[in-house]
Design a protein around this ligand. Structure first.
Ligand code: SF4
Length: 459
């Protein structure tokens, strides 16, 4: 289904759209306040951009350096070309360790690989331990945001979900009670787990260690208690040196939630005595994206979610309307690289206002890349007949000033004279949610000429 059709489903609940918009704008506002407190913020962004660009140009070198150092530390490194191979490796490790119960902290990569249903089909219990992720897991929904996975659910919906699945008492959406109950429920799962799965925010080539950032400490609870820790990372998560971490840790939390630093930035370097640590390095289409010069910078992304929080379309259409693992502006660049036809409407789900590029901590030219995808999609995928024809006609009109003038006159007259029911009829998608302004009597050109003539007279 197209983005606009899915968005119209979300838009049916106006109240929800309103608080979704406000909640994300609140986070964007917190981000602004927080970054303005950092002297040299722009310099930090440039540094982040530069380190990532350097890393991508030397990806093979740093990945191999990481593997060698991780092996030295006692971490077993695995390579997966795609999602299927990644899932197979995870299952194999779990089977080898006779693990039936797994606790998993937030990892967009495992979402991308659809790991949970894959493991569940083999009788393995997978519990998402990030609170937002657990909420959407109970609701049998995918996350709608990469940092705030359940941002589309209000506390009353969570109250009902918990009553149904965790047997809690009705509490009128009391957040304190609900988080307390979630804590009790999750602690039990941590204690019972045979293995812990985590994502990776940054993997350091120089040391062979990696960092996982969470605000709830759930990755640490899982990894410290379970005898086996499996960490899953995309190839682009590598950074060259330990000293580069400071740049990204400062950029990440401020851009994501406006915090100076994520509550837990945990460094994992080697397994504890008697325990095992595995890391799976996954490509799954990233090399192809790297080979597209116009889009390779999308691999700089550190998954802070800032572009989503600021995007006027995302805030009003909800993450599920993108029907992709990574929604919002950056997802609209990454997804067409995976399936151009399926995701052909996503790059058009943008006003191209450039706000996403303005807030991106690693300076990805997001709106430029969205515009580039539009050009490719228009050429390579079938477009609706009406859209294609109207664009052709518009192109002809814009190419000839005399025609533009004539059409402008008719349009201004129509907007002033015709009934609204006709102007906002079905073919005018724009009129679905808004009124067009009353057409002025004269064109800008006429107004400007008159103004200039009057100026001359005064002089
Ligand atoms: S593209 Fe930039 S702003 Fe968007 S999630 Fe990635 S790093 Fe954050």
């Amino acid at each position: 289904m197209s983005h606009s059709k899915l968005a119209s489903i979300f838009n049916k609940d106006e109240k929800k759209v309103d608080w979704h918009d406000k909640a994300l704008w609140f986070v964007r506002h917190k981000r602004d306040k927080s970054v303005h407190e950092v002297k040299g913020w722009e310099e930090l962004r440039n540094l982040g951009h530069g380190i990532k660009a350097h890393m991508l140009s030397n990806l093979d070198v740093y990945l191999q350096e990481f593997e060698a150092n991780a092996n030295k530390n006692g971490i077993e490194v695995h390579w997966a070309a795609d999602a299927e191979e990644h899932n197979q490796i995870v299952l194999k490790i779990l089977k080898e360790n006779n693990a039936k119960k797994v606790v998993k902290s937030k990892s967009m990569l495992t979402e991308e690989c659809h790991l949970n249903p894959y493991l569940e089909a083999d009788g393995i219990e997978v519990i998402d331990t990030d609170l937002g992720e657990r909420i959407v897991q109970l609701a049998k929904e995918p996350p709608s945001h990469i940092v705030l996975p359940a941002i589309h659910k209000n506390r009353h919906e969570v109250d009902e979900l918990f009553q149904e699945h965790l047997g809690t008492k009705p509490c009128d959406g009391d957040p304190q009670y609900l988080t307390g109950e979630a804590r009790k429920h999750l602690r039990q799962k941590f204690i019972e787990a045979d293995a812990a799965l985590t994502g990776v925010n940054f993997a350091i080539a120089e040391t062979g260690g990696f960092v996982v950032c969470t605000n709830e400490g759930n990755a640490d609870m899982g990894a410290h208690l379970a005898p086996v820790h499996i960490a899953c990372m995309g190839v682009e998560k590598i950074i060259p040196r330990q000293e580069h971490l400071g740049v990204f840790l400062r950029l990440l939390a401020r851009s994501a939630t406006g915090q100076p630093i994520t509550t837990y930035s945990s460094h994992f370097k080697k397994p504890a005595d008697g325990k095992k640590m595995h890391i799976i390095i996954v490509d799954n289409g990233r090399s192809e994206q790297l080979a597209r010069p116009d889009f390779r910078a999308s691999l700089h992304c550190i998954r802070c979610g800032a572009c989503m929080n600021t995007c006027p379309i995302y805030r009003r259409s909800g993450g599920h309307s993108y029907d992709a693992t990574i929604p919002g502006p950056i997802g609209s660049i990454l997804s067409p690289g995976k399936d151009l036809k399926k995701y052909s409407t996503l790059p058009f789900a943008s006003t191209l206002c450039g706000s996403c590029s303005d807030v991106c901590p690693v300076k990805i030219d997001i709106h430029t890349q969205l515009y580039k995808w539009r050009q490719i999609i228009t050429k390579e995928t079938p477009q609706p007949f009406i859209k294609k024809k109207s664009m052709e006609i518009m192109g002809q009109v814009f190419a000839k000033p005399s025609q533009f003038e004539k059409v402008g006159k008719i349009a201004r007259w129509s907007l002033r004279t015709l009934p609204k029911s006709l102007i906002n009829s079905k073919p005018n998608a724009w009129g679905k949610a808004r009124d067009l302004p009353l057409g002025p009597k004269e064109s800008f050109d006429d107004w400007y000429k008159k103004r200039e003539a009057n100026k001359d007279k005064k002089d």
